[in-house]
Design a protein around this ligand. Structure first.
Ligand code: RIB
Ligand code: CA
Length: 324
């Protein structure tokens, strides 16, 4: 029985692979996609999402989301995003892990008139056997909760790519999706969703994709497989120059791991049920604070710490073979 999924993205190179995996894999019934400001401004993440949906020939509705974080941009005391991982090509020209606009053809697709947060608030006005997978800043979801707080009981499961217990990428102790809108994340983590599964950097930095895995994508040769290879090659180069992982010639492919977990939960090999808070100020602004004490009594998040790298890549290969 396929899982009904709503995917919330800030497309983004790894978001693009998550969209393709969700749209192509038979175990996922992609109900809707929502865009949010994150890796790029909202206009860019929305256009990039449309282009990827065109590539996989998906007719799923797209809801445009929030253009700004809940309050972060109006708080002058917030620490700035201190370094965008910048690699340089053979000519010394800088390039990044997420392009302003991806290389796919411009889309003519129209987004729905309804804003993403209103869509969430109305869709989950009653119990739905639908899972939300949020792989960008949590602004849309936080806004939806403010509109309809009761929606949290009607979401089957919420899977989030974000945060880091030990690992960080946007300040000394924060991960981008949470750092970009900490108040939204704290609202979501404490809102009372029935089940939250968090895929932080601690697991996505282990479930890596290597250059050898990319050779499999090229051998598959379909439009989705070749685009996934293209996204990974750029990511591998940036990781190699700016954020080396434990395997050489490898990249983290954060967002699709959340979809792979829904397809086959055994792709996650270590998960703990703990309390997670989000810091909203000072040097730890945007950090996810995980309570590891044995006696804690307000556990709210199932946090993933390790995964099966090979199974993750196999799941993506199975889906990309179906792209036409
Ligand atoms: O920190 C990684 C996360 O931030 C990923 O979701 C990536 O797409 C960016 O949104
Ligand atoms: Ca993302």
């Amino acid at each position: 029985m396929s899982r009904k999924v709503i995917l919330d993205v800030d497309t983004g190179s790894d978001d693009a692979v998550a969209i393709m995996l969700a749209a192509l894999h038979p175990e996922i019934d992609l109900v809707a996609v929502c865009s949010v400001k994150g890796n790029q401004p909202l206009a860019n993440t929305t256009e990039n999402t449309k282009r990827v949906l065109d590539l996989v020939k998906s007719d799923v509705p797209l809801y445009k989301g929030c253009k700004f974080p809940v309050v972060r941009d109006v708080c002058p005391w917030r620490i700035e995003f201190d370094n965008r991982a910048t690699a340089v090509d053979e000519n010394g020209k800088p390039f990044y892990i997420h392009q302003d606009f991806n290389s796919l053809p411009e889309s003519t697709r129209k987004e729905e008139a309804k804003p993403a947060s209103v869509f969430y608030a109305e869709y989950f006005a009653e119990p739905k056997d639908t899972t939300i997978v949020a792989v960008g800043p949590l602004t849309n979801l936080a806004t939806a909760i403010l509109i309809n707080p009761d929606m949290v009981e009607n979401v089957e499961e919420l899977v989030i790519m974000g945060g880091g217990d030990i690992d960080a990428n946007s300040s000394s102790c924060s991960e981008f999706n949470i750092f970009a809108d900490p108040e939204a994340a704290q609202l979501v983590f404490q809102a009372g969703f029935k089940r939250i599964v968090l895929c932080p950097l601690d697991v996505t930095h282990k479930a890596m994709v290597t250059k050898d895995d990319c050779k499999r994508f090229v051998e598959i040769g379909t439009p989705a497989a070749l685009f996934a290879d293209k996204m990974c090659q750029t990511r591998i180069e940036v990781h190699t120059q700016c954020q080396p992982l434990t395997l050489p010639d490898a990249c983290a492919l954060h967002d699709p791991l959340c979809i792979a977990y829904l397809i086959d939960p055994s792709v996650i090999t270590k998960m703990e049920y703990l309390h997670v808070d989000v810091s909203l100020s000072g040097m730890t602004d945007g950090a996810t604070i995980v309570d590891h004490r044995y006696f804690q009594n307000n556990r709210n998040v199932h946090i993933c710490y390790d995964g099966d790298r090979k199974k993750f890549v196999d799941i993506m290969c199975d889906a990309f073979k179906l792209s036409k």
